[in-house]
Design a protein around this ligand. Structure first.
Ligand code: GLU
Length: 509
């Protein structure tokens, strides 16, 4: 029945720091599923744990989704009719459900203080508040009704805990994993309502998913152990018929496949793990993100989409529109997906090649601006023609400068070691002459320059290679770059002549 519901999915991050790429992939899969099904993608900020709240994290999440092009249909910044979209703002709505659960015998008041619980942890290192020991702790199951009433009356602080059945099986149909079954005897009595009146994640997620009419939940595999608590809450609150369908996404693994990819792996292996730069406001620590590392959002999204999903063909490059069109839950794998940074770089390179020059232009202009004096502005058409020449070589947009700086400024050093040992007066004479010939040349393009240069070499009796490489070094500074005649053509006649004259003395003796 629930599959006929209008599709509404939510990405429900806690604003505790930068977004790990696993988090963005969860958002992406939610988005792709919703859009494939003509449904809505909702962002709900899960901020009930106020102790973990980090300023700036919410804005980061917003910016990150916008950067990826997966802007939510409803969010704290674009309220639909299911608000508020921050759990803390829904605070008054939760208590009644906790009380309902207590009234029905599915939850209970727990009066244990933090010190008492600490004491328990000292005595029992593996302490869990559960059916095994709840009768020995200070709660409405172990105390008499009068004692409980008196404590409540006196305003004693309490939490509300779920009363997990002693020995039952809870199962559900996961869209990715199939039937999943849990033994309740292994699950502890999670806190549902905290002493400050805030719900915990467990209560809030169920109440909100229902209130927001969520039809499907795509979330990370790390939430699977919490599923039995959530399933029981749906049942205990009398909402079983309305329960969303669950899909627990496979983990993103370290490159060697040994365990979940963490931020520390990125630091250790030198690649980003966060979507965008993140500066921890407490410690001031900065973590580099894919965006700042030079990734195009199209490449980042494409790379994430194929971490745990494929369309069943060999195709690897997908636009967001294609992903929406092709996305299917059946093709999400159960197994964890190994993260491969080299492959991510390949995606970026491919996406740079696929992007139009007009799309890349502002980004390239930005790179140029970073390197040239402020008052120097390079003509857009010139930048585009240079981009055409070096595009294939770019892994990151920033590589443009390394590949093309010589089009905008004279080389500041020359690979003289590559030419000096074999230099002679004949070569000097050749370049002096060609500088004169160039200066007299009226038409200036690669098609004219190449045969002209080569004919002069033949006439000199020297070999092509002996003079082409020095010519390149004169223009570029080193043995790299695109076709040397294209370089010469783009630099223009006067600049080429000047660079030959400038370099010659450095090559001699
Ligand atoms: N607030 C949880 C998180 O930070 C959301 C888990 C869920 O989607 O149910 O990941």
């Amino acid at each position: 029945m629930s599959s006929q519901k209008h599709v509404r999915v939510r990405f429900a991050p806690s604003p505790t720091g930068g977004l790990h790429l696993g988090g963005v992939r969860t958002a992406l899969f939610n988005y792709l599923f919703a859009k494939n099904q003509g449904g809505d993608f909702i962002l709900r900020i899960e901020d009930t744990d106020q102790t973990r709240f980090v300023p700036g994290a919410e804005e980061y999440i917003k910016e990150c989704l916008d950067w990826c092009g997966i802007t939510p249909d409803e969010s704290p910044w674009k309220e639909g009719s299911f608000g508020p979209y921050r759990q803390s703002e829904r605070k008054p709505s939760y208590r009644q459900f906790a009380e309902q659960l207590i009234a029905k015998g599915y939850a209970y008041y727990a009066f244990d203080t933090a010190e008492e619980l600490d004491q328990q942890r000292q005595i029992h290192p593996n302490f869990r508040y559960s059916h095994e020991n709840r009768k020995t702790l200070r709660n409405s199951l172990s105390l008499s009704a009068e004692e409980t009433a008196a404590l409540l009356q006196a305003g004693a602080p309490y939490t509300v805990r779920i009363k997990m059945p002693e020995d039952e099986l809870v199962s559900f149909e996961d869209l990715i994993r199939g039937r999943v079954t849990f033994e309740t005897k292994l699950v502890d009595d999670k806190v549902l309502l905290k002493a400050d009146g805030m719900p915990t994640y467990h209560l809030a997620v169920v109440v909100d998913d229902r209130a927001m009419e969520i039809s499907h939940v795509f979330r990370g595999e790390e939430w699977l152990p919490s599923a039995p608590v959530h399933i029981l809450l749906w049942e205990y609150l009398g909402w079983k018929e309305e329960m969303p369908q669950w899909a627990h996404l496979p983990l993103i693994l370290k490159p060697d496949g040994n365990g979940k990819l963490s931020k520390r792996d990125g630091d250790r292996l030198g690649f980003p793990v966060y979507a965008m730069n993140w500066k921890d406001p407490k410690t001031g620590d900065e973590t580099v993100g894919f965006r700042e590392r030079g990734f195009l959002p199209e490449a980042f999204v494409n790379m994430l989409a194929v971490l745990g999903w494929n369309d069943g063909s060999e195709q690897e490059i997908f636009t967001l529109a294609e992903l929406i069109d092709k996305f299917s839950v059946e093709r999400i794998s159960k197994a964890g997906a190994k993260f491969d940074f080299e492959k991510s770089k390949w995606f970026n390179q491919e996406w740079i090649k696929l992007s139009s020059n007009v799309e890349l232009l502002p980004k390239i202009q930005h790179v140029i601006e970073e390197h040239l004096p402020e008052n120097v502005k390079i003509d857009d058409n010139f930048v585009i023609s240079i981009l055409e020449l070096v595009k294939e070589r770019l892994i990151y947009i920033e590589d443009f400068w390394e590949q093309a700086s010589f089009f905008f400024q004279k080389p500041n050093q020359y690979d003289v070691d590559a030419v000096k040992p074999k230099w002679n007066a004949e070569k000097t004479a050749f370049f002096e002459q060609i500088a004169l010939d160039f200066a007299n040349q009226s038409e200036w393009n690669a098609e004219i320059l190449e045969p002209m240069f080569k004919a002069k070499i033949s006439a000199s009796g020297m070999k092509i290679g002996e003079l082409m490489m020095p010519f390149r070094i004169m223009l570029v500074g080193g043995k790299f770059g695109p076709d040397v005649f294209q370089i010469a053509a783009h630099l223009g006649k006067d600049e080429v002549v000047e660079r030959i004259q400038l370099a010659l003395p450095k090559f001699e003796g």
